[in-house]
Design a binder for this molecule. Structure first.
Ligand code: SF4
Length: 702
């Protein structure tokens, strides 16, 4: 905490990092953030983690873009190891906004004219505000003329959303994580909240201290194990086998909630038949959990009066990610653990606005509020709102767009705030695709790895420079406020998107994000009774909200589910192996993810002095036994090879990683984990298998 007597002004806003959505106050001195304090928001109650407290100086980093840039003629579209993002003029030249916007938009329009409307695509970002996300997807749908718009939800919880939509009729959480305080049992699986949702983790700790039983199911150990009544490690990639065995016990021992199932669900008989053979004895060897332990998990969860399930990308980032989530939904439905305080299903959303950007329609197969593109009646409502005919063909997803570039059907892209040259699986393939684009426009804060492939780079706004709304993992729509002036000639993202839209002849005339929000309310029933004025006044309102003067619903689906007939559906799943099982040549499981200190591809946190000082180097974490076997000492270099690539980085001992596994964070460009990852997709969520690739570990040759 700094010295408040020397502060010029205080601005209330929201943290730009994870989906917890902590409310905070910027303390501003001389147009700079002197320090940040947590506020009493519903999801943080004054708390902040290390990122929310110390991760803001990226905003004024010397490499921050302050002028539009155009690629110099003849500079190859490839990553150049000698390129310095702080001195981009070796590869780019500065341009005026008029020239840059002209080149950016004309390049895209020229491609549309030559190859047709399916030849363009857009990646937005979960770092966009709701209003920016709305404008971006509207530009793609009404200007580009297709639905090829996606963002990092595809790489995070697309499979969870697919399963929730199918089974419950809604892709959002059924209850906030604060409800954990009211639960008797909290099951955490495939998530590591102390690292990825640190303030949410404090609620789980609080619950445990007050008597809530915490059950953790994960291939890896974690800090919250210390608070758990039961912490069970299972073999990577065998989630469905474990969950089916738990379901089998619940059914065989009649622990299910017959009345709830009869009143609120359909398809229980098919679930019963599907898991009948999945006895703990039958599944034990596959998932690596003793039969009695499986029975113990089942009994604890099913016999609780109130229980919740939280999950993260350990569940979703598999080729069977949708099946994993279907099983968790079946568990909750079978035991009647939804619709009441202290019960629910909660995929912990990753980025600060991945919920809001998805709600606002930055998804290729659905319009805002998850209205299917292929439904003529629903599409007609947006055609009327936007006064433009829309394509009836769902668009391409993140990885599919990269494949389409290689296949010669997508030729131009507009990328706002996303960094696929670091975040996509199989980076050699993704980077080659970016290099093939005839025209690439990137809008960002820095010359990211992706921007190095761009023809035009547009200097955008950082979160502390923006006005707008964001929606966190709890469905809480929150007001973000600009605290800092934009540096140099950087512009608000909504303004830049609008200028591109004007070149496409769309005639937009928004003067402030508030205008955009007003239009969103016309197309998104989820925002009913949540006016801009109300957000201004209250700071945070949960959707759905029954009235302008009533609070939003923290727990939903008490009476009915938003499906035909009001019933939720069981959707059975059967165990499938990972796409690329380990074998003699590649005997170790590679799993990737985030660190507490570094956010996603590191474009912000690696330019944040405190955070980068805490974790300055790329490391591979593995067990001491594994390191001993390899003859590698902690700190020595280790080479990791998969069928797609090789990286070398320092080895770190981590007792929480099981033998036979290595964990690599994906924030480090110098040892990019995604050079190694498998692009195989879940068939429903179209999410890649970031959590399991077969790899080989070797000591770096000296
Ligand atoms: Fe920001 Fe998430 Fe940390 Fe809260 S928990 S301060 S939202 S990164």
């Amino acid at each position: 905490v700094g010295d408040s007597s020397s502060i010029d002004k205080q601005v209330d806003s929201v943290c730009p990092y994870c989906g917890v959505g902590c409310q905070l106050t910027y303390q501003i001195k001389n147009d700079a953030i002197a320090y940040v304090e947590g506020r009493n928001g519903p999801s943080n109650q004054n708390r902040l983690c290390v990122k929310g407290r110390f991760g803001f100086d990226y905003v004024r980093h010397p490499a921050r873009l302050t002028k539009p840039l155009l690629r110099k003629p003849g500079v190859p579209k490839a990553l150049d190891p000698s390129f310095d993002p702080a001195n981009p003029l070796s590869h780019f030249r500065e341009a005026s906004w008029d020239e840059a916007l002209d080149v950016a938009a004309k390049g895209l329009m020229d491609i549309k004219a030559r190859y047709g409307s399916q030849s363009l695509a857009g990646f937005g970002s979960a770092k966009c505000s709701n209003e920016e996300a709305w404008l971006f997807q509207k530009l793609v749908r009404t200007g580009f003329g297709n639905h090829n718009v996606d963002h990092c939800t595809r790489l995070c919880h697309a499979s969870s959303v697919a399963a929730l939509m199918e089974c419950l009729g809604s892709g959002a959480v059924t209850a906030s994580f604060m409800q954990a305080l009211d639960a008797d049992v909290v099951m955490l699986t495939g998530c590591n909240p102390a690292v990825n949702h640190p303030v949410a983790a404090t609620f789980f700790k609080q619950a445990a201290k007050a008597g809530t039983e915490i059950i953790i199911l994960d291939p890896r150990g974690q800090a919250l194990d210390a608070y758990a009544s039961l912490s069970v490690r299972f073999s990577p990639g065998t989630d469905v086998a474990l969950f089916n065995a738990i379901l089998q016990v619940i059914i065989a021992e009649s622990l299910y909630d017959e009345a709830y199932i009869a009143a609120h669900t359909e398809g229980f008989e098919s679930l019963k038949q599907s898991v009948a053979g999945s006895t703990p004895e039958a599944m034990s060897e596959l998932c690596g959990v003793e039969p009695e332990l499986i029975r113990d998990i089942a009994r604890r969860y099913a016999t609780a009066d109130k229980a919740m399930i939280f999950w993260g990308m350990g569940i979703s980032q598999h080729t069977h990610g949708t099946d994993n989530a279907r099983c968790l939904i079946s568990l909750a439905l079978a035991c009647g653990h939804t619709g009441r305080p202290g019960t629910g299903l909660h995929p912990l959303r990753g980025q600060n606005n991945v919920q809001g950007a998805s709600d606002a329609g930055m998804i290729p197969m659905v319009l805002p509020d998850y209205q299917p593109v292929g439904d003529a009646q629903l599409r007609a409502a947006f055609e009327e709102l936007w006064n433009t005919p829309l394509s009836d063909q769902p668009g391409l997803t993140v990885v599919e767009i990269m494949d389409a570039i290689h296949a010669g059907s997508v030729h131009g892209m507009y990328i706002v705030g996303e960094n696929p040259a670091m975040s996509d699986p199989d980076l050699h393939h993704a980077r080659a695709a970016l290099g093939k684009l005839e025209h690439l426009v990137v809008q960002d804060l820095f010359v990211t790895e992706t921007a190095q492939f761009a023809d035009v780079i547009l200097p955008a706004s950082a979160w502390p420079e923006k006005d707008g709304s964001v929606t966190n993992t709890n469905r809480q729509v929150q007001r973000g406020r600009a605290a800092l002036p934009l540096p140099g000639e950087a512009k608000p993202d909504w303004w830049i998107i609008q200028e591109i839209a004007k070149h496409f002849g769309l005639g937009w005339r928004y003067t402030h994000p508030q205008d955009v929000y007003a239009e969103m309310q016309q197309g998104m029933a989820s925002l009913n009774h949540i006016s801009w004025e109300r957000l201004e006044r209250e700071g945070s309102v949960t959707y759905p909200c029954p009235a302008e003067d009533a609070p939003g619903q923290d727990v939903v689906f008490s009476d009915a589910f938003p499906r035909a007939g009001g019933r939720a559906a069981f959707s059975p799943a059967r165990p499938l192996p990972p796409d690329e099982p380990v074998d003699d040549d590649y005997p170790t499981v590679l799993t990737t993810g985030r660190q507490l200190e570094h956010w996603h591809t590191g474009s912000m946190t690696r330019r944040s002095r405190v955070l980068d000082a805490l974790e300055p180097d790329a490391v591979a974490s593995l067990s001491s036994g594994e390191l001993h076997r390899l003859g590698v000492a902690p700190g020595e270099k280790l080479t990791i090879t998969t069928r797609r690539g090789t990286i070398t980085l320092a080895a770190r001992v981590d007792s929480k990683i099981p033998d036979g596994m290595v964990f690599v964070p994906f924030a480090y460009a110098e040892a990019a984990a995604n050079l190694l990852t498998n692009p195989a997709l879940d068939p429903d969520g179209k999410i890649p298998e970031f959590k399991y690739a077969a790899c080989r570990l070797t000591k770096e040759a000296t």
